[in-house]
Design a protein around this ligand. Structure first.
Ligand code: SF4
Ligand code: SF4
Ligand code: SF4
Length: 510
């Protein structure tokens, strides 16, 4: 029984039913603006915002049906129609391993080399290797290119990896506790090594089998020693072995052994590379270029076999093979845990495309002017000083709050289409970066008013307010004062309460 005067949304939530909302914060008065919390009154059939209704005796409410879902989706699409921002940066979206490049850059620019490596190694098993040979599709997508030249992402990643390899006590990620499961990985090239690395970190023991006596696959055979010194590859493979990955080298797998491996392993990852004989005789379904799998999961039918790299489709791009190894590891992990095998999810991503010339200055506010730094000699890496300087050229195109932003999470959950109500002319992005702890980006604001209410409540001198009227209303600090003046007492509290990345912490937690 709900107490007299209770907010309907709270009552529904207390029953364990999820009701989405963005503009509601219990401790302050609600503006009822986002319309995400709508529910249906069964008697009248009306769709109503549950944050502004009192629960009363005899109410008969439908918290979710097709109409409610559609109303919430449309509400999100309206919010997105005016919203300008990128959740993930273009470089990260283009990287086949989906590495968090802007975060790596922020850490390198501050000289936090170890922390940067932790970020890199989450997605990339062989950073020193890839930092030397990758053709860097991420740099092709780098926003900085529209101003002068792309950030030297690949050399920055190489530095993070090399810095670690050169250290006396190099860093090793800690694998999860053992699941007791055993995975056989056939092929010790970039795809197989990446899959084994990720699976071992997830707690599944991996045995990597390769017909060659030395691991590395195409990295050894197809890359010159000048470009990739064998010692670099050797040390990064030693790191993978040190995690617990077992290697059985110089061992051919024929059809009979493949059958035996299927019996003795909980899952198999086939990463044999191109031109390897035998795979065609293992009884796997083939198409003209390679083995046939489910596109998103790399799984062969509903078996325990997953296939990655050139065994699927010939490719020369080591980073693509490595990215596939990582993605397949995610699917294998789902399989070993008895979950539905759906593959690595890609969350909703707000994107706005190219920077307008008028936005260059805004994006340069957090960045250093200056041309891309090159190593003294071709083939060499950057020095630590150069790395800090080059990383500081990054424009930070990602959103600092992308892990918590409710606009993103709900847009994903409700399948919102950012283009449905898209206006013809987009608003320009601006960045208010004067505050030492938070950034304000008005183009990401959904005008929920939470910052206005909170700064009123905590008696900020200026605080935030609604400026203007009607459709042209914006949220900002009154009297053209800076964010630093507006948020003197509760900046972090306001950043954490903002439902989007409009007001966000400058330094995100790792
Ligand atoms: S505010 Fe949310 S939806 Fe917008 S760019 Fe940031 S994370 Fe994405
Ligand atoms: S400027 Fe930085 S965040 Fe933006 S695309 Fe380039 S590397 Fe990525
Ligand atoms: S900046 Fe203020 S009004 Fe805009 S989304 Fe964040 S909390 Fe809401």
């Amino acid at each position: 029984m709900a107490a007299e005067g209770s907010v309907l949304m709270e009552v529904i939530r207390d029953m364990g039913i999820e009701v989405p909302s963005m503009c509601y914060l219990k401790e302050v008065e609600s503006f009822t603006s986002c319309m995400l919390c709508v529910v249906k009154d069964r008697k009248s059939g009306k769709i109503l915002p549950s944050c502004s209704l009192e629960a009363v005796e005899g109410m008969d409410i439908i918290s979710m049906d097709d109409e409610v879902r559609e109303a919430r989706k449309s509400a999100l699409e309206l919010l997105l129609s005016e919203h300008v921002g990128d959740c993930e940066a273009p470089c990260q979206l283009t990287c086949p391993a989906h590495m968090d490049i802007p975060l790596m850059n922020r850490l390198l620019a501050e000289g936090k080399f170890h922390e940067a490596l932790v970020v890199v190694k989450k997605d990339i098993a062989l950073p020193s290797v890839l930092g030397r040979i990758c053709p860097a599709p991420c740099e092709g997508a780098c926003r900085r290119k529209s101003i002068d030249q792309a950030v030297s992402i690949c050399l920055l990643k190489r530095f993070a990896g090399d810095h670690d390899l050169e250290a006396d006590m190099s860093w090793m990620p800690i694998p999860a506790s053992s699941s007791g499961k055993k995975v056989s990985v056939i092929g010790a090239g970039p795809a197989g090594l990446a899959a084994a690395y990720q699976l071992e970190l997830m707690g599944h023991h991996c045995l990597v089998i390769d017909r060659n006596k030395i691991a590395g696959g195409s990295l050894r055979k197809e890359v010159s020693p000048e470009e990739l010194p064998p010692v670099v590859l050797k040390r990064e493979i030693e790191h993978i072995a040190a995690l617990g990955v077992e290697f059985r080298l110089g061992s051919e797998v024929d059809a009979k052994q493949f059958l035996e491996l299927q019996k003795s392993s909980d899952a198999i990852v086939v990463a044999t590379g191109k031109g390897e004989s035998g795979v065609g005789a293992w009884g796997l379904p083939m198409h003209p270029k390679g083995v046939e799998v489910h596109g998103k999961t790399y799984r062969v039918g509903d078996t325990a076999v997953f296939v990655v790299g050139s065994a699927l489709k010939p490719s020369k791009l080591a980073i693509r093979a490595l990215g596939q190894g990582k993605e397949a590891a995610f699917s294998v992990d789902q399989f070993l845990k008895g979950q539905a095998v759906t593959g690595e999810p890609r969350l909703f991503n707000s994107r706005f495309g190219k920077l307008d010339r008028a936005e260059y200055a805004e994006y340069l506010k957090e960045s250093k002017e200056g041309e891309r730094l090159e190593p003294a000699q071709k083939g060499e890496g950057l020095t630590a000083e150069q790395v800090m300087e080059e990383a500081a050229r990054c424009l930070h195109c990602d959103c600092r709050d992308l892990k918590n932003c409710r606009l993103r999470l709900y847009s994903d959950a409700y399948g919102a289409d950012q283009k449905r109500f898209k206006s013809e002319v987009r608003q320009l992005c601006t960045k208010q970066v004067q505050h030492k702890e938070v950034i304000y980006e008005p183009s990401k604001c959904i005008k929920c008013g939470i910052c206005v209410r909170l700064t009123e409540k905590y008696k900020e001198d200026f605080g935030f307010t609604f400026i203007g009227r009607g459709f042209d209303v914006v949220v900002g600090v009154p009297f053209n004062e800076s964010t630093a003046e507006g948020l003197k007492k509760v900046a972090l509290e306001v950043a954490d309460a903002c439902p989007t990345g409009a007001i966000s912490r400058k330094i995100e937690s790792l």
